[in-house]
Design a protein around this ligand. Structure first.
Ligand SMILES: Cc1cc2nc3c(=O)[nH]c(=O)nc-3n(C[C@H](O)[C@H](O)[C@H](O)COP(=O)(O)OP(=O)(O)OC[C@H]3O[C@@H](n4cnc5c(N)ncnc54)[C@H](O)[C@@H]3O)c2cc1C
Length: 293
């Protein structure tokens, strides 16, 4: 008997997470679980709780570095039609927690709904984007949220308003829960103007950062109050610095890209080196934006 008896179809042992993260690095998950619906997710969480199996929820792995040795416990991924649904109810849109956020943005822009075009070029699932309150110069996802449906670790379901989500700089208040889905409240807008703005923001990112398709996890460090982490790293001479196959991007010093042959340890070593270089030069200890699993 295993802790997931009867759920073998959705729980695979020893699955390499490099195939499930943007970096394409890291070791296996002891179990990768892909519940098909909310009831299966609740059952998984209940069993993990009862049998002390640690669990984590994985989106597209666009903000994660998985260590080379891999992860004990269960990694749960919300993939498949139930989780990826996008339903329009103008000017709102209801989305599943596993929906591809770039698709959501593009579909709202195509329908002349304004708000999410400000978040052009940010990869991830809706769940990951909400958890991180992803955003940038033109706003954060929390500003477009009407409500979020959350499952607590005991399987209980609740609906939270944007205020209850406690959105802050790359953070939200989930109390260890899982984002099941969300409703975005958008504004009817001129379709061409919205599309133009989307394209302008997309190009701005493309000009100043490595390609979205490059193996990275976006910005490594958070910006310290009143400062830009990228500028601090650049001033410390870190662009093009390498540890093995990991390199500080020559385009944007707050991105570390993985070249062929890189290991997760190479990225972690480069993070430590970069953080120490900035601390020595400025006394500022940079805080991670990426998560290390
Ligand atoms: C090229 C590139 C550019 C980027 N640009 C930006 C940017 O401009 N601004 C920005 O903010 N970020 C940026 N990022 C980072 C990344 O896009 C965001 O952090 C995004 O929110 C990650 O989503 P994900 O689904 O991949 O989450 P993951 O990386 O898989 O997980 C991130 C966190 O969210 C949690 N999580 C995932 N799904 C759920 C869920 N359903 N319920 C509860 N918790 C969940 C995970 O447990 C983890 O704690 C960039 C990344 C890349 C690779």
């Amino acid at each position: 008997m295993t802790w997931f008896s009867g759920l073998e179809e959705i729980c695979q042992p020893d699955v390499p997470l490099r195939d499930h993260t943007w970096y394409g690095l890291g070791g296996p998950a002891r179990w990768l679980c892909t519940p098909r619906d909310e009831d299966q997710l609740a059952e998984l969480l209940r069993r993990c709780g009862q049998q002390d199996v640690p669990w984590r929820i994985l989106g597209q792995g666009a903000n994660i570095i998985v260590r080379d040795e891999g992860i004990e416990g269960a990694v749960i991924k919300l993939a498949g039609p139930t989780w990826e649904a996008i339903t329009f109810d103008r000017p709102r849109v209801h989305v599943g927690g596993g929906a591809d956020f770039t698709k959501v943005v593009r579909q709202t822009v195509d329908r002349g709904l304004g708000g999410l075009e400000n978040l052009a070029g940010i990869p991830g699932t809706v769940g990951g984007i909400i958890r991180m309150n992803a955003g940038g110069r033109y706003g954060n996802v929390g500003q477009c949220i009407q409500e979020v449906r959350v499952m607590a670790s005991d399987g209980a379901r609740q609906t939270r308003t944007a205020a209850q989500m406690g959105f802050g700089y790359r953070t939200s208040k989930l109390d260890g829960g899982v984002v099941l889905g969300a409703t975005f409240a958008l504004q009817p807008a001129d379709p061409q103007a919205t599309l133009d703005r989307f394209r302008r923001i997309w190009h701005e990112k493309a000009e100043s950062q490595p390609a979205v398709s490059a193996r990275s996890a976006g910005c490594i460090f958070k910006n310290p109050p009143g400062q830009a982490a990228g500028a601090l790293l650049d001033q410390a001479g870190l662009k093009r610095r390498r540890c093995g196959g990991a390199e500080v991007s020559p385009k944007h010093a707050n991105f570390i890209v993985a070249h062929p042959g890189a290991t997760a340890q190479n990225v972690l070593d480069l993070i430590a080196l970069a953080r120490e270089a900035v601390r020595k030069r400025t006394g500022i200890v940079l805080e991670l934006e990426v998560e290390i699993w």
